[in-house]
Design a protein. Sequence first.
Length: 315
Amino acid sequence: MQITAQMVKELRDKTGAGMMDCKKALTETDGDMEAALDALRKKGLAAAQKKAGRITSEGKVAGLVSEDGASAVLVEVNCETDFVARGDDFTGFVNTLCRHIQEKNPADVAALNEQKWIEDENLTVADTLTEKIAKIGENLSIRQFSKWELQGKGMFYLYIHGGGTMGVLVELGCGKDETVANEAFQTFAKQVSMQIGALAPISVSSDEVSQDVVEREKAIYLDQVKEEGKPEKIWDKIIEGKLQKFFQDMVLLNQEWVHEMEKKKPRVNKVLEGLAKELGDEITVRRFIRWRLGEGLEKRSNDLAAEVAEQLEGK
């Protein structure tokens, strides 16, 4: 009996198993849908569908920087338990996925799922994920990824905290090729990545904070001064002061440098200026991303920012 694409799709929809596994099962059972379903169940592949609805808030944030330093990847893959997240099978899949994204350059997660898997051209990424679900026994999901290309001279720094509970990717810019290899420049890259992990800024500079965020903060401050019964004539001054404090706390270059041990700490922009003067080069923090594992999926009991801050204090 001829096995059609529609038959394969129907079996896949029923089981959640990979396309190639469905086609093989139908071929072996001469197109008998129920027999093919039983065959997949015996192999454990049909169990993947039952796991598809389970919450996946554990997992791993991982990444890589290419050997030539010209590109970098950050990815979050979720599973159900941290026991699985620590396992070699899951970790191996995540690391290979980073390499796949690096080489195949998908536009988004949907496009990624349709690509041929880097280690097996007979399977798509989605098929491979389904097989992993069946093998590991938990629901898995590729939540998000970013791939960056270096924007001129500079370097990427990848900081993974707590075995993948948080990831930070930073791009630093400079004007001279020799600056990239300088130890002070590389140390700053590491330290600023940890700063981002600890204090969770929302942008590099104040100019990058969206007007929507600014207006939302102002509205909150207005409600506060009204409730506190402050005289209306000083509302604008108080709101402006609170907004500047917000920028100091939430904008990277305005934050206090957490690596300074003195009580009065310099701001990050001053540290950056000092490094640029020391190296005789123009140095910038071009961009960064900071992903906390499972953020927005469910509340976690551990405060990762506090963990990183404690780690910094214990240096």
